[in-house]
Design a binder for this molecule. Structure first.
Ligand SMILES: Cc1cc2nc3c(=O)[nH]c(=O)nc-3n(C[C@H](O)[C@H](O)[C@H](O)COP(=O)(O)OP(=O)(O)OC[C@H]3O[C@@H](n4cnc5c(N)ncnc54)[C@H](O)[C@@H]3O)c2cc1C
Length: 435
């Protein structure tokens, strides 16, 4: 059979789309993942890590609150509803959200695990996916393969057993036989790795160096007006801007998406206090913000770091036994899409050109669409790689696929007047009301 839609990857984003499609009988969809189940970022499942988003921003609730695949439905099915409320989490454990995602992943009929998509072609009528050696045909595609760990150029040659990206932290940090450990990166992942290292009781004598390019160890901004950036109305205003302006605005918004949670920073500070004043011998910690790492070179069993101090302009060096790169994640067109590259429209950075409904521009027939999720930070804005708008994005894609508004996505004008277009509309509306 030919599916109406084939999904590549079953992380939260395609899982949300699958959950939205689950109740639409006329759409036959099939989603594939190479993993054996939904396992949300296992490499960063360190003890005590927390979700940075409200659990209400789950797979479905924002657009489809009666879906059986909500976080609330999961809690009730686990018979955990009262205990969960009584625990009164400020931020919920990431383990709980991962368990919710896995619960949905174990139940949706359209999902196939252990199924790597090796190659995608277009045969003139449909997409032909080679999945674990078999061919699967589909009229439309939804590509949601996540982002790749970002290894900066200066770290490439040093990577190996004792220099690795934080995406593997949970499996590797506790096995490190290293006394001096540098963590490079001042975002949430860097902070979580540092907190974990500071909390290890079995590692006396460890020297930890936390390095960040940012001028300080800065918190995630999740104040109300910043949270307005994570709304569909903001995405609408953002989409309408020229590309250069969008990029400049994203630069200014870095702490809205990539800062460390205040709770994690507080926990680090408290650990530091105890280490400095009550267990001096056990561990030493150097905090080095405002440092731009210029090179990391391996010298025998050691690594030599050279960095520029942005505070006073000096060049500094450090010698350590291990380096953990908390250097973020980056977009890449997946290998399996290579056969379609000549037909797909990419911008000068190699990112898909997307329309408002997350469709990739391509030269195939109009009724054969490629949707890309977690690929539109430059077009749709800061919320794109986050959980916040995943339900809305899924509903937008379903509406586009069906060619009608199955999900009602109309919203009132936002409280903040981002664009002059919106302010002008409001003014003419008010003067019309006044007569
Ligand atoms: C540690 C961590 C914590 C985060 N916490 C939050 C948070 O609290 N709040 C928030 O808003 N955002 C958070 N994010 C950001 C975002 O929500 C997640 O990165 C989210 O997992 C993105 O979902 P995704 O579906 O795009 O990709 P992923 O979760 O990366 O899933 C992609 C899937 O595609 C599969 N795949 C790839 N290629 C193929 C192929 N060729 N064939 C078959 N399968 C394939 C992979 O196996 C994988 O399962 C966090 C990110 C990280 C890294």
């Amino acid at each position: 059979m030919t599916f109406d839609l084939a999904g590549i990857g079953i992380g939260p984003f395609n899982l949300s789309l699958a959950a939205h499609l689950d109740q639409i009988d006329m759409v036959e969809a099939r989603f594939f993942d190479r993993a054996s189940s939904v396992n949300w970022h296992p490499g960063m499942m360190l003890p005590g890590v927390e979700l940075q988003t409200s659990f209400l921003k789950d797979l479905v609730t924002a657009t489809n609150p009666t879906s059986p695949w909500s976080f609330m439905a999961y809690l009730v099915a686990q018979k955990r509803f009262y205990e969960f409320l009584n625990a009164d989490f400020g931020a919920i454990p990431r383990q709980e959200f991962a368990s919710y995602l896995a619960w949905v992943g174990d139940r949706l009929a359209s999902l196939r695990f252990g199924s790597e998509v090796e190659e995608v072609n277009f045969d003139g009528a449909d997409f032909a996916l080679r999945v674990a050696g078999e061919t699967v045909k589909a009229r439309n595609l939804s590509v949601a393969v996540g982002l790749k760990p970002n290894i900066p150029g200066w770290a490439q040659s040093a990577c190996g057993e004792r220099c690795f990206h934080n995406a593997q932290a949970a499996q590797r940090v506790d096995r490190l036989t290293a006394r001096r450990i540098a963590v490079i990166g001042g975002g949430q992942s860097g902070a979580e790795v540092v907190l974990h290292l500071l909390s290890r009781e079995h590692a006396p004598g460890t020297e930890i160096e936390w390095i960040s390019m940012r001028p300080n160890f800065l918190p995630l901004d999740d104040s109300p007006f910043t949270d307005e950036l994570f709304t569909p109305q903001y995405v609408d205003s953002f989409l309408a801007l020229p590309q250069g302006r969008r990029e400049a605005i994203l630069e200014q918004q870095i702490l809205a998406g990539d800062g460390a949670s205040t709770g994690t920073l507080q926990a680090i500070y408290k650990r530091l206090y105890m280490i400095r004043h009550f267990s001096k011998e056990a561990m030493s910690v150097d905090l080095s913000p405002h440092r731009e790492v210029l090179s990391v070179t391996r010298d025998g069993n050691e690594f030599r770091l050279v960095m520029r101090n942005g505070f006073d302009g000096a060049i500094e060096t450090r010698t350590v036994d291990a380096v953990i790169l908390a250097t973020g994640y980056a977009f890449a067109v997946p290998e399996c899409m290579s056969p379609l590259l000549d037909s797909i429209s990419l911008d000068e950075r190699g990112h898909y050109r997307l329309n408002a409904s997350f469709e990739v521009g391509w030269d195939g027939p109009d009724d054969r669409r490629i949707y890309a999720l977690n690929a539109g930070r430059l077009s749709h804005g800061i919320a794109e790689p986050q959980l916040s708008l995943m339900a809305w994005r899924s509903a937008t894609i379903v509406n586009s696929l069906l060619g009608r508004n199955h999900f009602d996505l109309e919203l009132p004008t936002p409280p903040v007047g981002w664009s002059s277009r919106r302010v002008a509309n409001m003014q003419s509306l008010r003067s019309a009301e006044r007569g």
